[in-house]
Design a protein around this ligand. Structure first.
Ligand SMILES: *[C@@H]1O[C@H](CO)[C@@H](O)[C@H](O)[C@H]1NC(C)=O
Ligand SMILES: *[C@@H]1O[C@H](CO)[C@@H](O)[C@H](O)[C@H]1NC(C)=O
Ligand SMILES: *[C@@H]1O[C@H](CO)[C@@H](O)[C@H](O)[C@H]1NC(C)=O
Ligand SMILES: *[C@@H]1O[C@H](CO)[C@@H](O)[C@H](O)[C@H]1NC(C)=O
Ligand SMILES: *[C@@H]1O[C@H](CO)[C@@H](O)[C@H](O)[C@H]1NC(C)=O
Length: 639
């Protein structure tokens, strides 16, 4: 997992050897390819200035994480379904004593007095204060001061080195190449800075019509214009009454997005009267604001949560409570890591080191922010967790993305299914931005811009389809090309997982994309997404007191989540285990009949028509849309 951070190996820094007690080779541990936009180099840092140096110790056994995950989720494994306890996960991945000792001994041999070195309470970090000169000697680097256009200053370096024998023990060192200066969201003339604590930026559902006349709706004959729960049930043959009392299904919402109970009631009255007055089972995480407590009633603030909850709750019926994880306060917001910290104390403790440029920091230091403690292992994860928010891979460093991705693997090992929407801009990133050759993103970039966490091989990524205009629910759907385009493509960060190899290789061989290899990752060796899809166009949603038409993979994710939740119900009712990580199964030959293949449409973006759909898996709609009764039968019969 760390390998992509080590692109350059310096064979020797000969001169350093005499002053250096460790005769180990020096290796570039991390290097930055560009300075993030808005920043510029101000000057070299003062040699005598003090920096708080922190070494993030590597997790044990993380190199085996994929093997562990497949062992409990691959259909041919004898351990299929034998999920791990949270305690076993925590002890397996906790940093080892060896790592602590290796780093501490090297620091002491390098001339740091042992009393200056402390191990963090979590056991995950070694910390010490050094002068810039000492840090530069330790890490073979030079520190600069950078300035942001808003006036904020930040200390960082271009790259840094570690002796070779420490490489397996250290994930990363701060402060170094990371631009983790705390930027308030009030900069840029009041415009929130993209991706500061806001995985949702530019990725919310889109609204078109407002104030629909309900007298014409609710009929199967109009599913090409208005999607209602009935249309979805008919499309996917999704008729199911839950039996189990112990099942759980959760959706995650990031403040300021929040639902209005009046909207849930309005929707329920129309489409599922037994849900009138029913509230989701809400967990407040890091000051999460819910139920319209923001008093700021706009589609941007309520559209996503209203959509997710109305469809999730209706599709699993009133017999299955839906859990809402409401994450982040109104001031700072929150990121996926804040949520992961809340549901997994081991992630929070051992991996602590949330990046303040990406993750909310709690208690919130900002005026009016949530002053309570950070949620850390305090919230129980549901069996299926659907999230309709996402980043572009390029918003994050490969290390940050890989670390979070590993956490999804751990949740899969514990029997939890993680579902993410694949993005609404086809081969482009959030808000339609694409990559430039230097790795930056812009509206006029030409290079395809993959979505994270969809490119993490340990989540299930959901794209979007539509009922073709003039067609009905019994006709094949197409890739969604109305208002939004199904996010899909090939990762630049993550390798092609084993479970997907055959599907992706066959697509690239039979339908080789006609694009030059410098605008997409054409290596055939990278994780491709989405994994499957569901309808994402023309959803009738009650938002802020009106029925509106809403579009997005945001809609498709909770629908797929609801179907998986009902499969879990059937399994739990038979005394079986939850699904956990489903990808190795859904790509297997046994599950070939479980999906309606989508073969029409593309996912335009970056000035191109995007990729083509095809027979079998494609980077637009994945394996296709679920055929619920077939999937249910297949999964009911698995051990
Ligand atoms: C209301 O929400 C919008 C969108 O999130 C935000 O731009 C605006 O500043 C908010 N207004 C107030 C008064 O909080
Ligand atoms: C393509 O993906 C592979 C595997 O993830 C990666 O090693 C490679 O760097 C990627 N290529 C580009 C141009 O990003
Ligand atoms: C998609 O299919 C069309 C028609 O077969 C073809 O002309 C086009 O080149 C294909 N697109 C890609 C990206 O390969
Ligand atoms: C409902 O939509 C109508 C027409 O667009 C608008 O005038 C009204 O303000 C909306 N109601 C709410 C509560 O937003
Ligand atoms: C394919 O999709 C296009 C655009 O959505 C639509 O016009 C066309 O009718 C579809 N073809 C089929 C066979 O569904």
């Amino acid at each position: 997992m760390r390998s992509f951070l080590l692109p350059f190996v310096l064979l020797s820094l000969g001169l350093a050897a005499s002053s250096d007690p460790i005769l180990s080779r020096w290796i570039v541990h991390e290097r930055r390819s560009h300075i993030p936009s808005g920043w510029s180099l101000a000057r070299r840092h003062d040699a005598s200035a003090v920096v708080p140096l922190r070494f993030a110790l590597a997790q044990s056994n993380v190199e085996n994480i994929e093997e562990y995950l497949y062992d409990v989720s691959h259909p041919s494994s004898p351990n299929y379904g034998k999920h791990w306890s949270a305690a076993k996960v925590a002890s397996t991945f906790a940093p080892s004593r060896d790592s602590v000792d290796a780093v501490r001994n090297w620091l002491i041999e390098s001339g740091i007095e042992s009393h200056r070195i402390t191990l963090s309470a979590s056991g995950g970090w070694l910390e010490l204060e050094t002068t810039v000169r000492e840090a530069e000697d330790l890490l073979h680097t030079s520190y600069n001061v950078y300035g942001h256009e808003t006036g904020v200053k930040h200390v960082a370096c271009e790259s840094y080195h570690l002796p070779e024998h420490l490489v397996p023990h250290v994930d990363f060192v701060t402060p170094t190449v990371h631009f983790d200066a705390k930027l308030s969201k009030r900069f840029d003339g009041g415009q929130p800075l993209k991706s500061v604590g806001q995985p949702s930026s530019g990725n919310g559902p889109k609204m078109v019509a407002q104030a629909l006349d309900m007298t014409t709706l609710g009929q199967l004959a109009t599913c090409d214009k208005y999607i209602t729960p009935l249309c979805l049930r008919a499309l996917y043959n999704f008729w199911y009454t839950p039996e189990s009392k112990e099942n759980t299904y959760g959706v995650v919402e990031y403040t300021p997005q929040s639902y209005l109970q009046s909207d849930l009631n309005m929707f329920a009255k129309q489409f599922g009267p037994d849900l009138v007055g029913v509230t989701p089972k809400t967990y407040d995480i890091d000051g999460g604001m819910y139920a319209g407590s923001s008093k700021n009633i706009t589609f941007d603030n309520n559209g996503e949560s209203d959509l997710d909850l109305q469809y999730a709750m209706n599709l699993v019926t009133a017999a299955q409570p839906v859990t809402l994880y409401q994450v982040g306060d109104l001031v700072e917001g929150a990121s996926f890591n804040n949520f992961l910290d809340a549901i997994d104390g081991s992630y929070c403790k051992f991996m602590s080191g949330d990046d303040p440029s990406q993750d909310g920091i709690y208690p919130d230091p900002m005026t009016g922010g949530y002053k309570g403690p950070e949620a850390c292992g305090t919230v129980k994860p549901t069996n299926v967790i659907s999230t309709s928010y996402g980043y572009d891979e390029a918003d994050l460093t490969p290390f940050y993305a890989a670390r979070q991705c590993d956490e999804y693997a751990k949740l899969g090992m514990m029997g939890i299914t993680i579902v993410y929407s694949s993005g609404d801009n086809g081969v482009a990133g959030n808000s339609g931005v694409c990559l430039n050759p230097d790795g930056t993103q812009s509206a006029n970039g030409k290079i395809f811009n993959p979505a994270f966490p969809s490119t993490c091989p340990y989540v299930t990524s959901v794209g979007a389809t539509q009922v073709v205009s003039g067609k009905t629910v019994v006709d094949p759907e197409s890739a969604c090309e109305k208002v939004i385009r199904s996010g899909g493509g090939f990762s630049n960060y993550f390798a092609l997982p084993e479970y997907q190899k055959e599907a992706v290789t066959s697509y690239l061989k039979n339908y080789p994309p006609s694009y030059p290899s410098n605008i997409w990752n054409s290596t055939g060796r990278s994780r491709a997404y989405p994994d499957l899809s569901a309808n994402g166009a023309n959803y009738v949603v009650a938002v802020d007191g009106n029925f509106s038409l809403v579009y997005g993979t945001s809609a498709a994710a909770p629908v797929v989540g609801a179907m998986l939740a009902m499969v879990n119900d059937a399994r739990l009712a038979k005394g079986k285990k939850t699904l956990g990580f489903i990808n190795p199964l859904i790509y297997s030959a046994d599950f070939a009949g479980g999906f309606h293949d989508i073969t029409n449409g593309t996912n335009a973006g970056c000035g191109t028509p995007g990729f083509n759909t095809s027979r079998g898996w494609d980077p637009v709609t994945g394996l296709g849309t679920p055929n619920f009764p077939v999937l249910l039968e297949l999964w009911k019969n698995m051990d």
